[in-house]
Design a protein around this ligand. Structure first.
Ligand code: AYL
Length: 557
């Protein structure tokens, strides 16, 4: 039987044969040598494999990878696009990563240099020490992105007394004489430009090979979709830049629209409200936990948020009840007829990223939906794991998306995720209604999402196995209604069960594991759902953890 394949109601956009850099900057960067483009050029020249041949840094060749490790700052897009202009690939790490987590991504991606914020320097050096590099060798692999980026010609850079050949962005900026006519090097459209880390359906994080063309097409798709942004409004940059949601929607897309972005280092409710009031923000890209804040935080009453009329949520489920609560609260402070449109986008790192978006005019009618399929995409809803049986019209099925992506150096993970004819299995279950609006109703993959951030169970399980008192472990996500997110919860088996044969002993041991994990991983992976001490981890005959049984167990507890 021929499978039922759905396409978008919106016409396809042409697929350009250019690099993302050319699409976003080339016209502006060559004509305008203002602060931003000057800094871009400095980073580009420093990192360019053919330029600055006299520097002592380890040589990078075109196509090599650099790792960006920084919270949101003005230097972040400079680091990103400067590297891209130099023909390098970029991988971005969560700015809260520990040296161990960072080391995994540095090695797995094969990165040659790390571009870090000042506050990350200690962790980066610790990471290099963990890889047995001397201080001299590691400092040569680091570029420090200062928090207060001073444009070219500014005062001398802050000094780092213990530096052994560290390169400071501010130093490069003040040293550099730029020629306007310099041309950026091009990259081929089909080359990989970003390596975003995602655990996918199963296993540890893997580098998703995202090409220039994936990114330029996404920019054109989003730009062509019924207008997301009403005019050139200031936008809030509260999503972490290192997440693909930001790279695509806040950075790539907003640079093409020419929107100013108000950078917040991290989400902080009072600053968030103050910025909306000050800049009269009309539209914001958000994630579900921010909506929880919008229903509860006292700052909401202290600031004038009446300009904020459109919000798009993504990266995790946003329920209809929460949407209604936010609307009620915000509208109660507005004049009659005031607007408060909340919609959703859906996507995955592997699909670079957006595949669905709900148009604002459907916001109230289709509340809870992730909207229509975007152009240039094909989806298939399947009832069985092999994709042989189509889901019936209006019935749930796993969402498969036709996608050219793949994982770096990981043929087997790529094969598991993508069928030979190019269908990427999302691990999400969706329903498509008669009008072509999609609803994400369940996640069948093991991935846990804490407030929009990926928590790969396999990573926490591997860590738990290294604990001397743990014989076996499994990690699942448990729902927190209160926080509108999943919380990672571990089930562990004590290596000497007789030592934990009372409820109290179990509780003490469980608590010690929660604390122990907090010393090892970034905050979003903490075991906020707690630890359960059990006798046996339920497994299939093939040894696969039966997570559904553990989820049922968690519900009974
Ligand atoms: P990753 N509703 C429910 N689940 C969602 C949604 C949503 N709106 N969006 C993402 N997810 C879950 O790679 C889903 O389980 O996301 C999906 O498989 O960190 C998983 O998150 C993917 O996790 C955009 C642009 C969303 C980006 C994104 C997030 C992409 C990165 C919408 O327009």
């Amino acid at each position: 039987m021929t499978p039922r394949i759905y396409t978008s109601h919106v016409p396809d956009v042409p697929i350009l044969n250019t690099s993302i850099f050319t699409r976003l900057f080339a016209p502006r960067a060559s004509g305008d040598i203002g602060g931003f483009s000057a800094s871009l050029k400095v980073i580009w020249r420093y990192l360019s494999p053919t330029e600055f041949a006299t520097t002592t840094r380890p040589s990078a060749k075109k196509g090599d990878t650099v790792l960006i490790y920084s919270p949101n700052s003005l230097a972040w897009p400079v680091a990103l696009y400067g590297s891209v202009a130099a023909g390098l690939r970029c991988t971005f790490a969560n700015s809260a990563y520990t040296s161990h987590e960072l080391g995994y991504q540095y090695q797995d991606s094969g990165a040659k240099l790390v571009l870090t914020a000042e506050e990350g320097l200690r962790t980066v050096r610790e990471m290099f020490a963990g890889l047995s590099l001397s201080k001299e060798d590691s400092d040569k692999r680091i570029v420090v992105l200062e928090n207060n980026l001073r444009w070219a010609g500014g005062p001398a850079s802050k000094t780092f007394p213990d530096a052994c050949g560290l390169v400071i962005l501010g130093d490069l900026l003040s040293r550099s004489a730029l020629k306007l006519e310099e041309k950026f090097e091009g990259s081929a459209a089909n080359e990989t430009v970003y390596l975003c880390y995602s655990s996918g359906t199963t296993g540890k994080p893997k580098g998703v090979e995202t090409t220039h063309q994936n990114m330029t097409t996404m920019v054109d798709i989003v730009s062509g979709f019924p207008p997301l942004i009403p005019g050139e409004q200031p936008m809030l940059g509260i999503l972490p830049f290192y997440h693909i949601y930001s790279v695509s929607n806040l950075l790539n897309y907003l640079f093409t629209v020419g929107c100013p972005v108000i950078i917040q280092t991290r989400f902080e409710p009072v600053e968030f409200c103050a910025n909306i009031e000050k800049y009269k923000v009309v539209f914001a890209f958000l994630i579900p936990p921010v909506f929880v804040v919008l229903t509860r935080h006292p700052a909401i009453d202290k600031y004038d948020l009446s300009s904020l009329e459109y919000m798009l949520s993504g990266a995790a489920p946003l329920g209809a009840d929460l949407v209604k609560m936010v609307q009620q609260r915000l509208l109660s402070k507005r004049n009659p007829g005031g607007k408060c449109c909340i919609t959703q986008g859906y996507g995955l790192t592997e699909t670079s990223p957006s595949t669905h978006m709900l148009e604002f005019h459907d916001a109230d009618r289709k509340i809870g939906s992730v909207g229509h399929l975007l152009p240039n995409l094909k989806v298939h809803l399947v009832e069985d794991a092999d994709g042989q049986v189509d889901a019936q019209e209006g019935q749930p099925g796993e969402l498969w998306i036709h996608s050219p992506s793949g994982y770096l150096n990981n043929v087997s993970a790529t094969k598991n995720a993508i069928t030979p004819d190019g269908w990427f299995k999302t691990g999400d279950v969706a329903i498509r209604d008669k009008e072509g609006h999609y609803y994400i109703v369940e996640r069948v993959k093991e991935l846990i999402k804490y407030k929009g951030f990926q928590v790969p169970p396999a990573e926490l399980e591997a860590l738990l196995f290294t604990h001397p008192e743990i014989a076996d472990a499994a990690v699942i996500g448990v729902e927190s209604i209160e926080q509108v997110t999943e919380l990672p919860r571990a089930y562990v088996i004590h290596a000497h069960p007789e030592q934990v044969n009372s409820a109290q002993a179990k509780a003490v041991f469980a608590n010690s594991i929660v604390k122990w994990i907090e010393t090892k991983v970034a905050k979003h992976k903490f075991l906020r759902g707690g630890v359960g001490v059990i006798d046996v981890v339920p497994k299939s005959a093939a040894g696969k953890i039966l997570r559904r049984e553990l989820r049922d167990l968690a519900k009974q507890e």
